[in-house]
Write a protein that binds this ligand. Structure first.
Ligand code: ADP
Ligand code: MG
Length: 464
């Protein structure tokens, strides 16, 4: 009977959801018209009830008839000792029953895990609004962030999502919000977590059988900051859990803040239902700093270190380093180091000398040339072919992949990328990026190749 129910369900939901939520179920017995199924955890049970109860009822009805009923047996996990089965719950139960089960969780909490998570918010206290320099490039994002910091969960900016390239201040800004809220109300429970860490915690929780602690912990926060959500791409189960937590927090009027390296609509590999929720609140982008902002950042950072440098030097740096704020900071730190080591006055000539090394360095390490070499190596074609006119299929693919990475990993404009690929125009680059994204979506071997290449390019980036 259960087999038939499964078939019924399988036809009606995505394969991924089916294998996650239905394959692990073990049918236990069928007594008159009551079917008992065993589910691996309380969370699992809750999830089924929240998301699939309707479907389950239909399935039961179709197999057993109107009088058919479903009972759950939940494998309860207390530390490493497994007691099974303990609770039996009836499908279609009333809400009050549901509540009492939720409260029942407390008994099973694993104190160590909980304590570890609870002990801090992961906020870096040095990221504040006071030292976040405002400019045209970040004004909207900053004021939205500031508004949320005054009234978390209350404004219509929920969720609040910041997106933009690397080094543009996303992490600084979201942490500034957290720090601001804590400084006005220290009882607020705030958690900042990078998506990568969130994913690892989730995987650990699965391994160690304390998924429920993990979920409960995140469900209890007043403000959840999830940094770099693009990292959740293709991670279906982590996305399911986050979706679950997101809904819970949002319904409870709790604030959610996220960042991403691209606009929500470009978040390929994230479930549509998740992306559409991201758009419920406010989305604001952080752009590359304009000249004035770069000037202000250099001056402020130098000033903070008690260093004074001539205006023409500040201007020179602001002209030369136009990519992102992290890089700008790096340059400023180098200049400060040089100035204090050599005890020489920081003049234009010294600045030029220092910058020449740093800036060309950065260019040669992660530039288009390096990407072309790595990609042509990987696909076993020659680098010259990438720039040539040939339309041979394997060369076209390698060329498109190299363009794709050039767009992602360098700060070259589309036009400039086209130029480096034998003088092609920017629409060719756009097309290449689209084709690669399409292939990533549809071809798992290709996706694997892209991941491999990412690793190769990343190692180099980290060294640089
Ligand atoms: P992202 O998360 O977008 O990659 P970060 O928030 O890590 O960028 O910022 C990179 C560095 O630049 C950090 O050290 C941060 O403090 C600094 N920074 C970014 N934006 C600003 C700003 N508007 N004012 C001052 N410092 C900034
Ligand atoms: Mg960041």
């Amino acid at each position: 009977t259960w087999e038939k129910c499964l078939l019924f369900i399988k036809e009606r939901i995505p394969a991924q959801s089916f294998s996650t939520w239905f394959e692990p179920i073990v049918p236990l017995k069928l007594d008159s018209s009551v079917l008992t199924i065993q589910v691996p955890s309380q969370f699992f049970y809750e999830w089924l009830e929240e998301n699939y109860v309707h479907l389950l009822k239909q399935a039961i009805k179709s197999q057993i008839g109107e009088q058919g009923r479903l009972e759950y047996s939940v494998v309860v996990d207390r530390g490493d000792e497994k007691v099974q089965p303990t609770t039996v719950n009836v499908s279609g139960s009333s809400h009050s029953q549901h509540k009492s089960r939720v409260n029942g969780f407390d008994a099973y909490k694993n104190p160590d895990f909980y304590q570890e998570l609870k002990s801090n918010s992961n906020l870096n206290p040095s990221y504040r609004f006071e030292n976040f320099i405002e400019g045209d490039c970040n004004r909207l994002a900053r004021s939205a962030g500031f508004a949320v910091a005054q009234k978390p969960g209350i404004t219509s900016f929920n969720p609040l999502m910041f997106y933009g390239g690397v080094g543009l201040g996303k992490t600084h800004l979201v942490q500034a919000i957290g720090n601001e809220i804590i400084s006005t109300d220290s009882s607020k429970k705030i958690i900042y977590v990078a998506s990568e860490k969130f994913t690892n915690q989730f995987i650990d929780a699965l391994k160690n059988n304390n998924l429920q602690d993990f979920i409960n912990y995140y469900k209890e926060v007043d403000l959840l900051i999830l940094d770099d959500v693009q990292f959740l791409r293709e991670k279906e189960k982590t996305q399911e859990i986050f979706f679950h937590i997101f809904n819970h927090l949002h319904q409870g009027g709790k604030q959610i803040i996220m960042t991403s390296d691209c606009a929500p609509k470009d978040l390929k590999g994230l479930q549509e239902r998740l992306v559409s929720r991201f758009k419920w609140g406010l989305t604001a982008d952080l752009q590359a700093p304009d000249f004035e902002t770069r000037m202000a950042i250099i001056q402020t950072k130098m000033h903070a270190d008690g260093i004074s440098i001539p205006d023409e030097v500040v201007e020179y740096i602001a002209y030369t380093v136009d990519t992102n704020i992290r890089e700008l900071e790096g340059v400023v730190i180098s200049l400060i180091a040089h100035a204090s080591l050599t005890k020489r006055e920081m003049d234009l000539e010294l600045a030029k000398q220092i910058l020449k090394n740093i800036v060309t360095d950065i260019d040669s390490e992660v530039g288009i040339d390096y990407i072309q070499k790595t990609v042509s190596d990987y696909f076993k074609v020659s680098q010259d072919d990438l720039k040539a006119k040939t339309r041979k299929k394997e060369i076209v693919i390698a060329r498109q992949v190299a363009m794709y990475f050039s767009k992602d990993y360098t700060n070259h404009s589309l036009k400039s990328i086209g130029y480096h690929f034998g003088g092609r125009d920017h629409s060719t680059v756009i097309h290449a990026v689209q084709s690669v994204n399409d292939m990533i979506d549809t071809n798992s071997k290709f996706r694997f190749a892209i991941d491999e290449l990412k690793k190769k390019l990343k190692i180099r980036t980290a060294v640089a």
